[in-house]
Design a protein around this ligand. Structure first.
Ligand SMILES: Nc1ncnc2c1ncn2[C@@H]1O[C@H](COP(=O)(O)OP(=O)(O)OP(=O)(O)O)[C@@H](O)[C@H]1O
Ligand SMILES: CC(C)(CO)[C@@H](O)C(=O)[O-]
Ligand code: BAL
Length: 311
């Protein structure tokens, strides 16, 4: 990254088309190169309705790159529930104000026709067996649709081949969406994308609820009840830190005391593959590394969370 990391606290340039995006990126990279050094480009894909979790991604990407692009696109293809898509919060003006403060250079906010010019793609990406479990089991097609748009966004924001500057390209995703992150990493490798996939830790409320754009649909009572997710994960984390047997069913039992929260899964998996760890959690003391994955429904809102064990 060069010393002249670009100007901060300015309105980002909001672009709507792929051509505008490509031209804006080339323009910024050339300006960085003129100031000396190689150039780095960061992309933060989002669906908007930005909160402090997104701001953390943007701050990390800002600190590591000369040129920062944030995309805002509510991708219908990854919604298996039409009502969920319709009510997904859309707050572009407020998002752009947040991104101006956060120092984004370019906001890419395309219309659906720009991303999917011929409607639903004929040529599809398949998220395979991993895409069919956990979130994929409850949201059929979700991960295929997510990969479709991420593949396009990574492609559309790639440093243009015509750009005279060698540029390092990185894209940033939150660890909150752990399964998404594993699938995106795998896709980038499978398709030889020249991009580094970077992950950013989960941001929570002071009480422990992972921030999510859909949290705004929770009533105060539901938000309070949802804290059982954090309590349950912590119960297991404490046992893991002490290398005790985990007794995962004790954590699952906590959910039975919260009628507003319907647990979907509470699973200990390998952090890299998300394969379930096979061991007797009542007898075997926990050693090694694992990732605890949780999903629960609170009213109409599906919440996901996770925490690493053994690090
Ligand atoms: N609490 C959080 N901490 C860190 N990263 C987050 C958090 N919430 C979302 N992200 C990341 O921000 C990026 C954009 O996510 P997205 O726009 O879907 O927001 P979201 O809050 O996850 O919305 P929702 O969960 O309602 O879909 C993703 O990479 C996601 O993992
Ligand atoms: C990566 C993403 C922006 C693709 O639409 C979305 O799945 C999200 O916000 O996590
Ligand atoms: N952050 C996950 C996007 C989705 O729920 O579709």
């Amino acid at each position: 990254m060069s010393n002249d990391a670009g100007k901060r606290n300015q309105e980002p340039l909001v672009v709507r088309t792929a051509l505008e995006l490509s031209a804006a990126i080339a323009d910024r990279l050339v300006r960085v190169a003129a100031a000396g050094g190689t150039a780095t480009l960061g992309l933060v894909p989002t669906m908007g309705a930005l909160h402090s979790g997104h701001e953390s991604l943007v701050a990390t990407a800002r600190a590591q790159n000369d040129v920062l692009v944030v995309s805002i696109f509510v991708n219908e293809l990854q919604f298996n529930d039409a009502a969920d898509f319709e009510r997904y919060p859309r707050t572009l003006d407020a998002d752009v104000r947040i991104l101006a403060r956060a120092g984004a250079d370019i906001v890419f906010a395309p219309e659906p026709g720009e991303v999917y010019p011929d409607g639903r793609p004929l040529v599809k990406l398949d998220s395979g067996a991993l895409g069919a479990k956990f979130e994929g089991a409850s949201r059929p097609g979700h991960f295929d649709g997510m990969l479709a748009v991420v593949a396009k966004l990574l492609h559309l924001a790639m440093p243009p081949a015509s750009c005279p500057v060698p540029a390092r390209y990185s894209a940033y995703f939150g660890q909150k969406d752990a399964q998404q992150l594993v699938l995106i990493n795998r896709m980038a490798k499978d398709l030889n994308y020249p991009v580094e996939i970077c992950s950013v830790p989960i941001i929570r409320t002071a009480e422990g609820l992972a921030l999510s754009s859909r949290n705004q649909f929770l009533t105060p009572e539901q938000a309070e009840a949802a804290l059982v997710i954090f309590r349950a994960m912590n119960m297991i984390k404490v046992r893991a830190d002490r290398h005790e047997p985990l007794f995962l069913e004790d954590a699952v039992a906590l959910f039975e005391e919260e009628p507003l929260v319907e647990l979907d899964y509470f699973e200990l998996v390998d952090p890299n593959t998300l394969q379930e760890l096979a061991f007797n959690c009542r007898e075997t003391p926990f050693t090694g590394e694992g990732l605890l994955l949780v999903a629960a429904k609170v009213g109409q809102v599906r919440l996901i969370d996770n925490t690493p064990l053994g690090y």
